[in-house]
Design a protein around this ligand. Structure first.
Ligand code: COA
Length: 206
């Protein structure tokens, strides 16, 4: 049986978690909607169910940007729709370049990617965090690095992920691919990582 002050603490903790959960949800919607309104009002063509947060775009050229339905663009991504660098150095010999950027349907773009003008990113593509995209990425392409190279296919990546999850049938956190991280980084044991995640879920929440 809980003591009265324990009951109060229990209720307060529940309220705090509920509030934190709701405020996260509200913040995400808030950032996405403010960003969407802003870029649409400046002429960008943005489809349905697109997620963006703090997207950086050169706003005078926003009409050159097209983002297809369900694309998800992580925070800090930088889309460059014009290039006056050479013009600034060499003057008229090198005119300012402009180019449309098209981001395909259900594409995921990792945090802090930079996409230069004139590039088309195909449908269902995946761009790694910090990638510098200077060339087109095909449908289902996985592009990573600086400058980015096409290093895979999202359909194959999905199969690979499924296999890794199956291999870790007994782990409560198997979906986080802890084994793979541990093998590569060798910083924490699997038990330590699982404990850290348990703490994370209990205290911070998802
Ligand atoms: C691209 C990405 C999805 C790859 O995931 P993954 O298939 O699980 O990749 P792994 O961690 O197994 O790494 C596979 C290889 O790619 C390399 N790699 C992974 N991410 C990379 C990146 N962003 N840039 C360059 N190389 C990368 C790894 O070093 C590894 O190389 P190796 O095989 O030579 O050791 C992921 O690393 C990524 O960048 N996700 C975006 C994260 C993000 O921005 N999230 C926003 C908040 S949700």
């Amino acid at each position: 049986m809980l003591k009265p002050w324990e009951k109060i603490r229990w209720i307060l903790r529940g309220l705090k978690r509920t509030f934190r959960f709701l405020s996260n949800f509200w913040d995400d919607r808030y950032y996405t909607e403010v960003d969407l309104d802003r870029w649409r009002s400046l002429g960008a063509k943005i489809g349905k169910d697109v997620q963006i947060q703090h997207l950086k775009v050169d706003e005078r050229f926003a009409r050159l940007l097209e983002i297809d339905d369900e694309a998800n663009i992580a925070e800090g991504t930088n889309i460059v729709l014009h290039d006056s660098s050479l013009n600034n150095i060499f003057g008229e010999a090198c005119p300012v370049k402009f180019g449309k950027v098209r981001i395909g349907k259900a594409t995921y773009i990792g945090r802090n990617a930079i996409i230069l003008c004139g590039v088309r990113i195909g449908d269902y593509a995946l761009i790694g965090a910090g990638a510098l995209i200077v060339n087109d990425v095909p449908d289902y392409g996985v592009a990573m690095g600086v400058p980015a190279k096409i290093l895979g296919d999202t359909r194959e990546l999905k199969e690979k992920q499924k296999k890794q999850i199956e291999e870790q049938e007994n782990s409560p956190f198997r979906f986080l691919r802890i084994k793979r991280w541990h093998e590569r980084h060798k910083i924490m044991t699997n038990d330590e990582v699982e404990e850290a995640y348990r703490e994370f879920f209990d205290k911070v929440g998802w």
